[in-house]
Design a protein around this ligand. Structure first.
Ligand SMILES: [Mg+2]
Length: 261
């Protein structure tokens, strides 16, 4: 019996960058009664709240059940845990650990990705919404989002469906700043990290914090192919379910929970 269900977020629990649908929220609430639940993604903490936690609260999760929800933010380089059983309050999330990049590392990565995207003609600054940005410092990683954070979902899906643009940017950025790792994720994103600060790092710390081993974990992700940001989990020998969308995840969770409808 698995003890932990771990999930990529974008396109595994939701439509990329949007709050999880009701069905997923309800299934996760049921899962909290039986498993430790660990979303792990390149996103920032506030997006974990908006996309997952707020939805669970809206769907009636008991605050004490949140003790079984473990947020592995920025590929697990930051870990947050909920520490109270009273009425839900987002202030009760506590950061357990954090491994940030240095300012110098952030500057080097930013320059390499920007140069690569500009050389290749993929620097879409003119398409940004007001106040949005293409490259974002997420403390433990730097993230390139080709059309910014605020672009529409359809526009994002259409930008690089076969990952060719992002693979080209990654290849060039790797030449310019080879000391970092670059991973393709979501629909328009590239995450740059220091080597080893990928989902393997996050999952290793998850095992340490939750006192479990690889065998205790079942992981869900949509980018489990070599080069994808879920691949390091596969390489660790953790049992992995590859999904095409949150609908596949819901199907698998219904099976795990024995829900037949
Ligand atoms: Mg994903």
């Amino acid at each position: 019996m698995k003890k932990v269900l771990a999930f990529d977020i974008d396109q595994t629990l939701n439509i990329a960058k949007t709050p999880i649908p009701d069905e997923i929220a309800d299934l996760l609430i049921s899962c909290l009664d039986h498993f430790e639940i660990c979303p792990i993604s390149g996103q920032k903490f506030d997006q974990f709240l908006i996309q997952i936690v707020d939805r669970l609260v809206e769907r009636g999760v008991k605050p004490e059940a949140l003790a079984h929800l473990h947020l592995f933010v920025a590929q697990g380089t930051q870990y947050y845990r909920y520490a109270s059983s009273g009425a839900y309050n987002p202030k009760n999330w506590q950061q357990v650990y954090n491994f940030p990049l240095t300012d110098e590392q952030v500057a080097k990565i930013t320059s390499a990705i920007e140069t690569a995207a500009k050389e290749l003609g993929y620097w879409e600054e003119d398409k940004l919404k007001e106040g949005d940005e293409i490259i974002e410092n997420r403390l433990s990683q730097v993230t390139f989002s080709a059309l910014g954070q605020k672009a529409g979902t359809e526009e994002k899906y259409a930008w690089d469906p076969d990952c060719k643009k992002r693979n080209a940017i990654v290849a060039r950025a790797k030449e310019l700043a080879p000391e970092f790792d670059y991973e393709v994720g979501g629909t328009t994103s590239i995450n740059a990290i220091t080597p080893g600060m990928n989902k393997k790092f996050g999952m290793t710390h998850l095992m340490e914090e939750l006192k479990v081993t690889e065998k205790d974990i079942l992981y869900f992700g949509d980018m489990t192919q070599p080069g994808g940001n879920d691949y390091p989990v596969v390489q660790m020998g953790i049992d992995t379910i590859t999904v095409r969308s949150h609908e596949d995840t819901a199907y698998a969770l219904r099976g795990i929970l024995g829900v037949t409808e």
